[in-house]
Design a protein around this ligand. Structure first.
Ligand SMILES: *Cc1c(COP(=O)(O)O)cnc(C)c1O
Length: 386
């Protein structure tokens, strides 16, 4: 076998080596200046990212989960208010809703895009519903236009969880395109190392167009103070380290290249895998809807048919090829949320996705040779089972 021992889900070291000088320089300057907390690189990053996103206030914070929590805190919701989240996603959004004494209401996702739909959101609406957290899962925008119209019609806030889709955009029906994370009232993202724009530790940010709300968010992230030692609201301590900001200033310049590399890899998988299984007898390749916006492929996720997902995963592992199950259990079936979340409609698609998804390696350093090996192994498994 060729290079299986080196196949990784993500290759952060390979990515670092290509920008090593710039990164090392940024880290060294921060250490030499000793401006570890809220140093100049943090301010630069706020401005750089705000500009990248088309002109929006950016409030950096400690991680993506904090970003979601601070966003919810800024909306002044009351215990018992309901917030709608997808059932098939990472735990963060439901977690912060519950931590604030609000009620998470989990709704089903579209079985092809893995994203929440306005139809499922509508079914979950009650007089207590106050906000919706659409998650742009795996790097592709939710269909935001109908969600924003629905939210406006019912006076609901929209907080976008953009942790997996930074760099993606969404195309409205009149043709205008907007970066994901800047469509709703508030957008949240994470700079966890493996995210599309990742730092070398934890980091996160909140985006907000409304100046007044942005000011409140910045205040909450900083102990609820605008003037030092004068606390007008209850806040928290959530900051992006200066060293991480210095790293992100370098990596942000490469984000569009990174997205293109991921897109190229994803398109290569899809063309080869579709050619092998055009009738989707064995698996579904992930939906890509370019007319609805650009996908940035945080994950490349197959849905494996006929209950063979775990067998395929084991077969690949045996050949030294990693794969991951994002996510094995929908939120409504998680023990922690039993009796906390309001049970609404049955969520068959979330359950079906959790039971069939398998994410293959996709990252900025993936080569066609390595992809060929992965593709041949997937095909080898299904050729054996027929
Ligand atoms: C990674 C992630 C988060 C949380 O980000 P952290 O920085 O790890 O707190 C939230 N939501 C989604 C969808 C994520 O993928």
């Amino acid at each position: 076998m060729k290079s299986s021992s080196t196949i990784k889900m993500v290759d952060l070291n390979g990515q670092y080596l290509r920008i090593k000088d710039e990164i090392d320089d940024g880290i060294r300057k921060t250490i030499e200046s000793s401006a570890f907390i809220n140093g100049p690189a943090v301010r630069e990053f706020r401005e750089n990212l705000g500009r990248y996103l088309g002109g929006i206030d950016v409030i950096p914070c400690a991680n993506g989960t904090d970003a979601l929590q601070i966003a919810l805190m800024a909306l002044g919701l009351k215990p018992g208010d309901e917030v709608i989240v997808p059932a098939f996603t990472y735990v963060s959004s439901a977690e912060v809703i519950a931590l604030l004494g609000l009620t998470p209401v989990m709704v089903d996702v579209d079985p092809r895009t893995f994203n929440v739909t306005v139809g499922n959101i509508r079914k979950a609406l009650t007089s207590k519903t106050k906000a919706i957290i659409p998650v742009h899962l795996f790097g592709q925008s939710c269909d935001m236009e109908p969600i924003m119209e629905f939210a406006a019609g019912h006076g609901l806030y929209v907080i976008e969880d953009n942790a997996q889709a930074l760099g993606a955009d969404y195309c409205f029906s009149d043709g205008h395109r907007v970066m994901t994370g800047t469509i709703g009232d508030i957008g949240c993202t994470s700079f966890f190392p493996s995210k599309n724009l990742g730092c070398y530790g934890d980091g996160g940010a909140i985006f907000c167009k409304d100046k007044e709300l942005a000011g409140k968010i910045a205040m909450i992230a900083n102990h609820g103070q605008k003037i030092k030692y004068h606390h007008s609201v209850i806040g928290c301590n959530s900051r992006l380290d200066t060293i991480q900001a210095a790293i992100l200033n370098v990596k942000l310049r490469h984000l569009d290249e990174y997205s293109s590399a991921r897109r190229k890899a994803a398109e290569y998988y899809t063309s080869k895998l579709r050619a092998f299984d055009p009738g989707e007898k064995f698996f579904e390749t992930p939906a890509d809807c370019p007319s609805k916006g650009s996908h940035v492929w945080h994950q490349y996720t197959l849905k494996v048919r006929n209950g063979l997902r775990d067998a395929l995963k084991a077969y690949l592992a045996n050949l030294g090829i990693p794969s991951m199950i994002y996510y094995p259990l929908p939120l409504n079936e998680q023990q922690a949320y039993k009796g906390i979340a309001r049970e609404g409609e049955p969520l068959p698609h979330s359950k079906e996705c959790a039971g069939s998804v398998l994410s293959l390696p996709v990252h900025t350093e993936l080569t066609a040779d390595v992809q060929d090996e992965i593709i041949a192994s997937v095909i080898g498994f299904f050729s054996k089972t027929v």
